[in-house]
Write a protein that binds this ligand. Structure first.
Ligand code: FES
Length: 75
């Protein structure tokens, strides 16, 4: 079975691939059939087509913290 993969892009959206269902707050399912193999979800808050990225992040100089941070030693 294929897995869902979520990848943070450089100062941009989250790229989501794999078998997924995207549902809004009211329980309505988004039609993803026209979006190909990947869905790009806005994480800058500026898209006029939320939850999808519309490229606004590149106009607003959005800076994301896309690097995973290792947990500090607890000892
Ligand atoms: S991440 Fe692209 S418009 Fe928000």
């Amino acid at each position: 079975m294929p897995e869902v993969e979520i990848t943070a892009t450089e100062n941009g959206p989250l790229k989501v691939t794999g078998p997924l269902t995207l549902t809004d707050v009211d329980g309505n399912v988004y039609d993803l059939s026209e979006r190909g193999k990947a869905v790009y979800l806005c994480r800058c808050g500026g898209s006029t087509n939320k939850p999808f990225c519309d490229g606004t992040h590149s106009k607003t100089a959005f800076e994301a913290a896309e690097r995973a941070v290792a947990e500090a030693d607890s000892a």
